[in-house]
Design a protein around this ligand. Structure first.
Ligand SMILES: Cc1cc2nc3c(=O)[nH]c(=O)nc-3n(C[C@H](O)[C@H](O)[C@H](O)COP(=O)(O)O)c2cc1C
Length: 390
């Protein structure tokens, strides 16, 4: 990305995945904004996602886009279950690409975590206030009739035919995503949503071939990955996000050994990147809760990468350029996904470049901005003015 006289860093080295070249290793993590109507993207999604392309991310993920209507978490979730959904996303993918970011989509089914309130409406099961707003709950499905907790909707146990139907929705969604112009597709198999709820013994109590032992619990995610890979073009990379463990620091539920086994099977099915998150099987929050250090999931990502040879993306509390650079430099991961820090600072990638001494001439900024900023920088230096903060 930089002229040859500029320092190079691991974080700002390009990465080729199939036919897609990422200009650096920084990816906007998928983050729900609950602002779609009937799953259709609008100006909000364009401006919201567009800012991260201007800010220098190599790939920009949409929030979880539902593969069918009842697979949304809330009434405001994005969807990708029809051609109309794809059409509405075309301007977004076109804008991202024109500003150097690979357009990326996460496809998802919320399973037993569907039919909820938006976080700012309560983050729980829908109630009378939601009904007054015209937002009614809907019937939800899961591997087993296990609610997230008492008082929450009880999901209907999926039949084997219904499982096949939902997997076909993932494959159809991949077709729509391709038509919409996305270059990277990620299956969401983390955070307690449908695919993860098949993986974990906490939520999967089935005793047919989609439950029981590890192979049975992995079947839904692996078959879904196969069906999606068959539709998603060969030249386009495919990611799968997993919860590396059900709960950090606990020996209950899904474990890192299980994730290593799953990652190997995913790689064998043509998955290019395993996106290493954790948690969410029982609780609500997808973002890390409790006391954690920066990049606390690096050991998960490093082990999965080392033992399977699959490329990995690490996510979770990445704030500093040096820490992100170290993730790549030490082979803990091939990519870093950044969530909340990029809500705080959508220009985080370009600010990291400055912090690491890459791009001192502001050439990687949108030219509409860089032309001015490089001149102002000289003026600031000459005037002895130092910027406060970072
Ligand atoms: C507002 C918000 C919405 C999120 N939505 C999603 C989502 O749609 N899909 C997903 O896999 N993770 C989702 N997450 C989790 C983030 O992608 C990320 O993994 C998490 O925030 C930890 O990374 P961070 O510390 O950089 O924020 C969401 C997180 C936040 C804060």
């Amino acid at each position: 990305m930089s002229p040859s006289n500029e320092p190079s860093t691991s974080l700002f080295s390009p990465l080729d995945l199939r036919g897609v070249r990422l200009k650096n290793r920084i990816v906007l993590s998928p983050m729900c904004t609950y602002s779609a109507e009937d799953g259709i993207a609008n100006n909000w999604h364009m401006v919201h996602l567009g800012q991260f392309a201007l800010g220098g991310a190599a790939a920009v993920f949409t929030e979880a886009a539902a593969v069918e209507e009842r697979g949304r978490i809330t009434h405001g979730d994005l969807g990708i279950w029809s051609k109309d959904h794809a059409e509405a996303l075309k301007p977004v993918t076109s804008f991202l690409r024109s500003h150097g970011a690979a357009p990326a989509i996460q496809i998802a089914h919320a399973g037993r975590k569907a039919s909820m309130q938006r976080p700012w409406h309560g983050n729980g099961p829908m109630d009378d206030e939601d009904r007054a707003r015209g937002e009614n709950p809907w019937d939800i499905v899961a591997p087993s009739p296990e609610p997230i907790k008492e008082g929450w909707l009880v999901p209907a146990e999926l039949t084997r035919n219904e499982i096949t139907d939902i997997q076909d929705c993932y494959a159809a969604a991949a077709g729509h995503a391709h038509q919409a112009g996305f270059e990277i597709l990620e299956i969401h198999s983390a955070h307690g949503y449908l695919a993860h709820s098949f993986l974990s013994p906490v939520s999967n109590k089935r005793n047919d071939e989609y439950g029981g032992d590890l192979a049975g619990r992995m079947r839904f995610t692996l078959e879904t990955a196969e069906k999606v890979r068959a539709v998603w073009p060969d030249a386009k990379p495919m990611f799968v996000r997993i919860s590396s463990v059900d709960a950090d620091g606990s020996d209950e539920g899904w474990q890192l050994d299980d994730s290593v086994a799953l990652a190997g099977e995913l790689k064998a099915r043509g998955v290019d990147v395993v996106d290493c998150s954790s948690g969410g099987i029982s609780g609500l929050a997808t973002a890390a809760v409790g006391r954690q250090s920066q990049a606390f999931r690096a050991p998960y990502s490093a082990r999965i990468r080392a033992e399977t040879g699959v490329s990995t993306m690490v996510v979770g509390l990445l704030l500093d350029a040096q820490v992100a650079d170290e993730m790549i430099e030490t082979d803990a991961a091939d990519l870093v996904a950044v969530g909340r820090e990029m809500l705080y600072d959508p220009y985080w990638p370009l600010h990291c470049a400055s912090a690491l001494g890459v791009d001192p001439e502001f050439v990687d900024w949108p030219e509409q901005y860089g032309w001015w900023l490089v001149r102002r920088e000289a003026l600031l230096r000459e005037s002895g003015i130092e910027r406060s903060g970072r």
